[in-house]
Design a protein around this ligand. Structure first.
Ligand code: GLN
Length: 489
């Protein structure tokens, strides 16, 4: 059936005239209706609009004006502003918000002819690693509905893993594309900072946030990245750099590829089963002609503490715009302006968001700015320099995406530190602005239900083509990315 196919395969079917976009869209909408109650992966389903866009896409194709994504249904993380459609960012604060404009990513996807099925659930304001902080309730992992899908792009990951959508968009500030991709057994790519416009993507930590594709395969990610990337005058941090065809290098052989294995990514805290799966994947690369080189990223242990100063600092400033005045939640019958601010924000934000605003405000306060914020920025540079040194010796870096497989819902929700450590291998990549990917590499069979394990691949700035090539070659040799959870086949 259609949902067992990759986006690239669906594109070929559309091109051959074997299916129409309306048929595909109906198929996925039906799957959402039947299955999403078990997962809670969507906040909004845009059925009417989807069928209308699909019919337009079919007309475009008949007229000979179709590209590879014309008529392909996908889902958008609910962090992207979508004109005329509820855009919540997983928060009560924006439960009543309908965006008056489209994010650049949404606009670009529309131009490519993509059909939006709906908006996916996420941790509130993208803060979390489990999707439990959403105002709309926890998202479930399709491999085991008692487990979390990861976060913050957990709705996107869960919907793609269950094949309720062939692909989805996500955002990654400290791991939010790669970690849920790993925990749900799908392929996710966090591009270089500046590759994709952040305009209309609700800001969490502006110097770290980056959008990217979440799909079944590297080939699908390449097609989506082609459509999403590029300079945008509306985002001053988007780079004026040509967008290559990301599918062009997919088939390059890997002979002589130098893979760096950072000692720090295989130490204490790494689950034994996850390590085994990752080692097996690395052996596979060796068999494909790659050279394995041990490297060091000596400041890795500082990544989580540095991130939890920088990200909350930026979030405390970004989220000050939600004041109950211009948009979003407003408290009832405010006594005066101060009461309006206090109660609107107090009622609109959830616990984790409040925790971050408090930490960030503290770190930026006059007495502590030098001790925390400036110090964190200095260490951020050292973390970034570690990678620059490593990339003098190797082409890509590999390791686990996450230290363990999906944990149970509720297991870490009362322990923020243990939750923060879920991103121990992904956060440094954001601090350095590098591109990183997670691809399915096997399963952990430790518990009664087998759970997916992701392999992380990191490359130098703007080397997404290489990442995709390295991932695609592995996916030609293995079929981990083709596995579908039993209940959703
Ligand atoms: N889990 C990390 C956090 O809670 C990263 C989130 C993200 O990448 N958006 O901040």
């Amino acid at each position: 059936m259609y949902h067992t196919k990759t986006l690239s395969e669906l594109s070929a079917l559309l091109e051959a005239g074997d299916v129409t976009s309306v048929q595909l869209t109906e198929h996925f909408l039906q799957r959402i209706k039947v299955h999403d109650a078990k997962l809670n992966s969507f906040i909004t389903v845009t059925e009417e609009q989807a069928l209308k866009t699909a019919a337009e896409a079919d007309k475009k194709r008949q007229a000979g004006n179709a590209g590879p994504l014309t008529g392909i249904p996908i889902a958008h993380k609910d962090i992207f502003c979508t004109r005329g459609v509820k855009t919540t960012c997983g928060s009560k604060m924006l439960d009543n918000f309908e965006s008056p404009y489209n994010a650049t990513v949404v606009e670009k996807m529309q131009q490519a002819g993509v059909v939006m099925l709906g908006k996916t659930n996420m941790d509130e304001f993208a803060m979390g690693s489990s999707n439990e902080t959403s105002f709309y309730g926890a998202v479930k992992n399709p491999w085991n509905t008692r487990a979390v899908p990861g976060g913050s792009s957990g709705g996107s990951a869960s919907s793609v893993a269950a094949r309720l959508s062939p692909a989805a968009t996500g955002t990654d500030t400290g791991g939010s594309i790669r970690q849920p991709a790993s925990l749900c057994g799908i392929t996710g790519l966090k591009p270089t900072y500046g590759r994709i416009s952040r305009y209309g993507m609700i800001a969490f930590a502006s110097s770290l946030d980056q959008a990217g594709p979440m799909a079944q395969s590297a080939e699908d990610c390449a097609l989506l990245l082609n459509a999403m990337s590029g300079f945008d005058p509306k985002d001053s941090t988007s780079l004026e750099k040509e967008v290559p065809d990301y599918t062009a290098d997919l088939n390059k052989p890997l002979d002589g590829l130098k893979i760096g294995l950072p000692k720090e990514y295989f130490g204490e805290g790494l689950d034994e089963d996850v390590n085994k799966v990752v080692q097996k994947a690395i052996a596979e690369y060796k068999a494909m002609g790659a050279e394995i080189i041990d490297i060091n990223l000596p400041n890795t242990h500082l990544a989580v503490p540095v991130y939890y100063v920088v990200a909350p600092a930026e979030c405390s400033s970004n989220l000050s715009r939600f004041d109950g005045v211009r948009f979003g939640h407003r408290c009832k019958d405010p006594k005066d302006l101060e009461d309006l601010y206090k109660r609107s924000r107090g009622e609109g934000f959830g616990e984790e968001v409040k925790r971050r605003i408090l930490v960030g405000t503290y770190a930026l306060s006059a007495g502590y700015y030098d001790a925390y914020y400036i110090k964190a920025q200095q260490l951020r540079r050292m973390i970034s320099d570690d990678f620059s040194e490593a990339f003098k010796k190797v082409d890509v870096i590999m390791g686990p995406t996450s230290p363990e497989t999906a944990f149970n819902i509720g297991e870490k929700s009362d322990d923020p530190i243990s939750m923060y450590l879920s991103d121990i291998y992904t956060i440094a990549v954001n601090l350095a602005g590098l591109p990183g990917m997670s691809i399915p590499a096997g399963f952990s069979t430790k518990s009664s239900v087998s759970m997916p394990v992701g392999l992380q691949i990191i490359a130098g700035h703007f080397d997404e083509s290489r990442l995709l090539n390295v991932a695609h070659q592995y996916q030609l040799k293995t079929d981990w990315h083709k596995q579908i959870p039993e209940a959703f086949k």
